[in-house]
Structure formats: structure tokens, C-alpha cells
Design a protein around this ligand. Structure first.
Ligand SMILES: [Zn+2]
Length: 664
């Protein structure tokens, strides 16, 4: 008798889903229509109708028209065999598929760059942080020309609106424009949410660069994502004959949306801006200022790309490098596309990994450049393709410089290894019991962090929650270490006296043990808070990965516009009146888990009078952006720089403002 053996097939690695490559408007152009439908590979997960998965939950209620669209079941066998629904403007369930697919792809790009799962920023309930498993996506949330990430709701709200009547526009007058059908709008908004998950303080505009960086970063991710679609890439390389500096769809963002706002073109483009170092100081609106950073990064892409294809052009042209008129050979297109895809992926990875090398608050473009250079140096010290030189050169041309750096050379831009205080704290972290506990964090979470291992074991939905909880536990542990163990170590083992301790704190740019009365104490009485502990892997080309622990400490000082009041409060001469603004600071430590050595200390000191004065000026000038002036700086209850600030929808305001700008 033959015995039967049960067989269950392995789960697939990917799910294929069809989407618009750009947005529905491209279907109206004969040439672009051929590439406007893509099939995306999305990491496989079992889904509930919605779709609802591990990271995302699509909720299709439409409050403006009091409708609820029945949720799409992507695990339905008919949909599984045909890569989901075909792209359609008129089918709400396709809209659900589109936001799920593009958002998942954006998340996958982040996880690939960071080599760890992403977490959404936690929800604050009664002063406690609560884990947020899923970001909610509402494809039809608003009847207006807007789409935004809501840090309060942990959701993305997409709007829809009738296109204005414009005889030159490609959009049917009165036709409905759905922001949830724009690839770029979806990946832009998801990137805001991903950035918020890593750096919640980047929502607080303490200088002109902070919100501009949020916008620029979201655009950079959306742009470079275009280059990961081979069909689109091939088509555009063939059309431009490899010249990506000329007008092309890869470098443009949100075509239909831009046209619907009366721009007659894409919402934003990364090319076509001439580098002008004098533009930056004059450009303060966050999107416009951000577009300078986007252009600088895209320029670096073009430099590396042109350099890398120079030999291909010479081979193809018998040495002249000058192409004959007409279409170029398909093999040449393929090789150029390979180069473009590889370079875009490298720069995207650099831009994402740099977030682990960024200050915890008050980031500037210049500091982001330093983070980019250092993050890349750590994985590729020799820079064979010249990414870092290209970035430094293009940032220089756009007038983006860090403070306190003498020249834009690699040596001066790399974050410095720890100062004297860093060497001392390295001794503490490399002491056997402390190092062992830090290494335990890595071994406990390795299976949650490294996707390959996770895949072999099968992903379980609570892996990310375990990672979140473990990070919170370790944040508390670090807090205790900084409060007591470190102090005891410095005093008893190193024999430090009060003077030495003050110098030590100074050199780390932290106030740990002797806060002045103006330093804000957290509910537990401490003048600082460890708000994040996470793993950063340096995966080099040899695929050997070295783990670092990224530990972020933040603190705040009560700020007053009048320097004399400030001085009196700082010195304890008067009881502190309610703060007029909060002056935030903090330190990012990157600690090697092999040795316990602190590799970098990236600090923004709350004792820096120079930074304090800069913030005063920025507030007095109202952020120099009219909408921010009224809403952010004008209303004390909504002001994120205030103590006990009431939260409000920052991105709704920012994006709505930009849309108005487009209609003028
Ligand atoms: Zn945005």
C-alpha cells in the first residue's frame, strides 16, 4: 500500500501586484502609457481584507461622501493568479491595492538599507509610549487637493478633488484627481512616516532646515524609487539616449497632481535648477528649501552616472564618446540602465543609513551631509565610485555647508571620533559587564533584525513588537547607567572629582548630574531621557556585518527671549517662570558592539549659547514662513517649541500650503 505524505508548498518570497508606475495622467500620453503599468514585487505576507498586513492597514472610509468601500482581499485566488486588480481609476478597490503596494515597496527599501525592521513612531497615551504595529492608509479621506501623514493618527490621509478647468491641461476638466493613485505621493507620505519612526524630533522646526529636510528626504526616496523599476528605467534611458540630465520622467515627481494645480508640469523636478549657492539663505519655505537639497543629491547622482557610463559611450562610439543621431543600441540601453539602477540604489541606501548618524534634534542640511559621508565611509572606506566626492562637490555648488567645518573635504566632514569624554565613556562601555549586556541586546534581537534569518524561521507578526519592547527596556537600562553606574565608575574607578566630571559632561555635550535650574526634568526627575536604542549594521561589500548600537539621549532647557531673564533662571537667581520656548539638545552615540568603544558622539548641546541665540532669532522671525508664523509660532498652545504643547497636524498644514502655492 503506498502511504501518502502530506506536502505543503513553501510560502512565496514575493507577491506581485499591478500599479500605476506614475499616476493615471500618464495613460493619456501614447508614449508614456506603455510604461505606466508596473507589476511590483512586494515581500510576501498573509493579508486580511483591507489589505491589512503586518505594517499597514488600509481603511477605506470616505467621510466627505459618507461611504465605506468594501475592503480588497488580495489573498483571493482569482486575484493571486493575476497579480491583483488591473489599474483602474474608477475602482476604489484598486486604489486600496495601489496604496498598499507602493507603501510596502517603500518600506522594503528602508529595511534593505537599514538591515533591520522599521517601526512606526509610538503613540503617546497618558505620557506613556505605546507600540504602533500598523500605519493606517485612508485612500479617500479628504475631498481636497491634499495628502498628508498624520503623526497624531499614525495614518496617511489621501485627498481627491475635481481637476480645474484648464484647456491646456491633459486632465479632463472636472475629472477627479485621486492623490492615492500617485506613486510619488504615496512613497513621499510613507517616507514622512518612516522618518518620524526614527526621528520623531524632526517634526520640531528649530531652524529653517528641519522641516525642509523632512520634505527633501521624502522626495529623494520617491525619486530614487523610480530607478528600481527596470521597465521605466529602460524606456527613459532609451528615450533620452542615456542623457538623464535632460527632461525625463525619472527625475519628476507627481505629474498629474502638479498639472491639476495649474503648473502644467510635475509638482517638483530634481533637474532644471541651476546650482546657485546664493539661493539657500533666501529660500525658507520648507518644500522650496528642501528642493535645493533634492537637487544637490540628484546632481551627485548625475555626476557618478555620467562618470560610470563614459567608457560605455566610448566603446559604443569608437572612442569619440559622441553618439550618432537616432536610437541607441538596446544593449547599450541595458548597460546604462544597470549603472543607473545601481547608483540610485547606492545613493538611496546612503541617504537612509545617514539617519543613524544624525543628531537627535535640530538637524541642519550641513549635518546631514556629514551623516551621509560618515555613514558611507563606515561601509566603504575607499569610495571607488566617487559617491562621496560627488556629494561634497554638489553640496558645495548649492551652497550647503556644515557649521564649524573648515573645508568640504572628506576628512573634515567625517564625524570626529570621540573627544576626551568619548574615550572615557568608552572605558565604561567596554567594561565586561556593561559590554556583555549590550551584546545581549544584539543577540536577543538578531533574529528580529536580520531579515534572512527571520525568513528562514518564518516571520511572526510580533517580531517587531518584541524589538520595540526590547528597545524600550534597553533605553531604560541606559538611562540607569548614565544616571548612576557611569557616575560611580568615574568617581571610584577613575578617581574623578567634581571638576573632572563637569569637564567630562562638557566634552560629551550632555548635562547628566548637575543640571542648572533651567534644564527641564522629566517626570522621573532626570534631566535627560534616552529616547532610542537601536542596532545599525555596517554591511560592507564583503557582506560582513558589524553591529553598532545607536543610543540617542535628549534633553531640554527652558528658553526665554530676554537674555537677562535667561541668565537669572540659568543661575537660579529667580524661580523659573513658564518657559517661552523649549531649547532642545541631545547626543547620538554610536557604540561598537565588538569592543564597547564609542565610535562617534554627535552632539547638540543645551548649554550652547550660540545655538540658543540662533533659536531666539529664528522664533522672533517667526520661522520666516507666513503659515508657520501664524499657526506654529503664533499660537502658544500649538507651538511644538513650547512646554506642554498641544499637538497639531504639521504636515497637513505644510502640504496644504504648498498646494495653495501651486494654484496661484
Ligand atoms: Zn511632504
Amino acid at each position: 500500500m503506498p502511504s501518502s505524505v502530506t506536502f505543503s508548498p513553501p510560502k512565496p518570497k514575493f507577491r506581485q501586484l499591478r500599479v500605476f508606475a506614475f499616476d493615471p495622467s500618464l495613460n493619456l500620453e501614447l508614449e508614456a502609457a506603455t510604461i505606466n503599468q508596473l507589476t511590483l514585487n512586494i515581500p510576501w505576507e498573509d493579508l486580511n481584507p483591507g489589505p491589512v498586513g503586518e505594517y499597514l492597514e488600509v481603511v477605506d472610509v470616505d467621510p466627505p461622501s459618507n461611504m465605506f468601500y468594501s475592503p480588497l482581499d488580495l489573498d483571493n485566488k482569482y486575484l493571486l493568479v493575476q497579480d491583483g486588480l488591473s489599474p483602474s481609476e474608477g475602482t476604489p478597490q484598486f486604489h486600496q491595492q495601489m496604496v498598499y503596494a507602493v507603501a510596502s515597496r517603500t518600506i522594503a527599501n528602508f529595511e534593505r538599507a537599514l538591515s533591520r525592521p522599521v517601526l512606526w513612531s509610538p503613540r503617546e497615551v497618558d505620557g506613556q509610549n505605546v507600540y504602533v504595529p500598523r500605519l493606517r492608509l485612508y485612500p479617500h479621506a479628504l475631498r481636497e487637493a491634499n495628502a498628508y501623514y498624520s503623526p497624531l493618527k499614525k495614518a496617511i490621509l489621501f485627498g481627491y478633488f475635481p481637476a480645474p478647468v484648464d484647456k491646456d491641461s491633459k486632465i479632463l476638466p472636472g475629472g477627479i484627481v485621486f492623490t492615492c493613485l500617485s506613486h510619488d505621493i504615496i512613497s513621499h507620505e510613507v517616507t514622512h512616516a518612516l522618518l518620524d519612526g526614527i526621528h520623531p524630533n524632526f517634526n520640531t522646526p528649530s531652524n529653517a532646515d528641519v522641516l525642509a529636510l523632512h520634505e527633501a528626504f521624502a522626495d529623494i526616496v520617491a525619486l530614487f524609487q523610480h530607478f528600481s523599476y527596470p521597465l521605466v528605467l529602460h524606456h527613459q534611458i532609451a528615450r533620452t539616449r542615456g542623457n538623464l540630465s535632460s527632461d525625463n520622467l525619472l527625475a519628476e515627481l507627481a505629474q498629474q497632481f502638479g498639472q491639476a494645480l495649474g503648473n502644467r508640469r510635475a509638482l517638483r523636478s530634481a533637474i532644471g535648477q541651476k546650482p546657485d549657492p546664493s539661493a539657500l539663505p533666501k529660500t525658507l519655505e520648507p518644500h522650496q528649501r528642501g528642493s535645493i537639497l533634492v537637487a544637490a543629491v540628484f546632481d551627485a547622482f548625475l555626476t557618478v552616472y555620467n562618470h560610470r557610463i563614459a567608457d560605455l559611450l566610448r566603446i559604443a562610439t569608437g572612442g569619440t564618446g559622441i553618439l550618432n543621431p537616432g536610437a541607441i543600441h538596446p544593449d547599450l540601453v541595458t548597460r546604462m540602465a544597470e549603472e543607473a539602477a545601481r547608483i540610485a540604489q547606492h545613493l538611496l541606501t546612503m541617504c537612509i543609513r545617514a539617519l543613524d548618524y544624525a543628531p537627535v534634534v535640530d538637524i541642519t542640511f550641513g549635518e546631514y551631509l556629514r551623516a551621509l559621508i560618515t555613514a558611507d565611509y563606515d561601509v566603504s572606506p575607499s569610495d571607488p565610485d566617487g559617491y562621496r566626492i560627488a556629494l561634497m562637490e554638489s553640496f558645495r555648488r548649492y551652497g550647503i555647508y556644515p557649521d564649524n567645518v573648515r573645508s568640504l573635504s572628506e576628512e573634515s566632514l567625517l564625524w570626529r571620533p570621540p573627544s576626551a569624554g568619548g574615550e572615557v565613556i568608552s572605558l565604561f562601555f567596554s567594561s565586561p559587564t556593561i559590554l556583555q549586556q549590550m551584546q545581549n541586546y544584539e543577540t536577543t534581537n538578531r533574529s528580529s533584525v536580520l531579515r534572512e534569518q527571520v525568513d528562514e524561521e518564518g516571520r511572526s507578526p510580533d517580531l517587531r513588537q518584541r524589538l520595540y519592547e526590547s528597545s524600550s527596556t534597553y533605553a531604560n537600562l541606559f538611562q540607569d547607567w548614565l544616571k548612576t553606574d557611569l557616575l560611580a565608575y568615574l568617581k571610584s574607578i577613575l578617581g574623578m572629582k567634581d571638576d573632572d566630571l563637569a569637564k567630562f559632561e562638557d566634552s560629551l555635550r550632555l548635562v547628566l548630574w548637575n543640571p542648572t535650574p533651567s534644564i527641564v526634568r522629566f517626570p522621573n526627575g532626570l534631566p535627560f531621557k534616552v529616547n532610542s536604542v537601536r542596532l545599525a549594521y555596517r554591511v560592507s561589500q564583503s557582506q560582513y556585518s558589524q553591529p553598532d548600537l545607536v543610543v540617542e539621549v535628549s534633553q531640554a532647557r527652558r528658553g526665554y527671549i530676554d537674555p537677562q531673564t535667561q541668565a537669572k533662571v540659568d543661575l537660579g537667581q529667580i524661580p523659573p517662570p513658564p518657559a517661552e520656548f523649549l531649547f532642545r539638545g541631545g547626543v547620538t552615540f554610536l557604540i561598537s558592539l565588538e569592543s564597547g568603544k564609542v565610535r562617534y558622539v554627535i552632539g547638540k548641546s543645551v548649554t550652547s549659547e550660540r545655538r540658543l541665540e540662533a533659536l531666539r532669532r529664528y522664533i522672533l522671525e517667526g520661522g520666516q514662513v507666513p503659515s508657520l508664523q501664524a499657526t506654529y509660532f503664533g499660537d502658544p498652545f500649538r507651538n511644538g517649541l513650547r512646554e506642554n504643547a498641544e499637538p497639531f497636524e504639521l504636515f497637513a498644514l505644510l502640504h496644504r500650503d504648498e498646494m495653495k502655492g501651486g494654484q496661484e
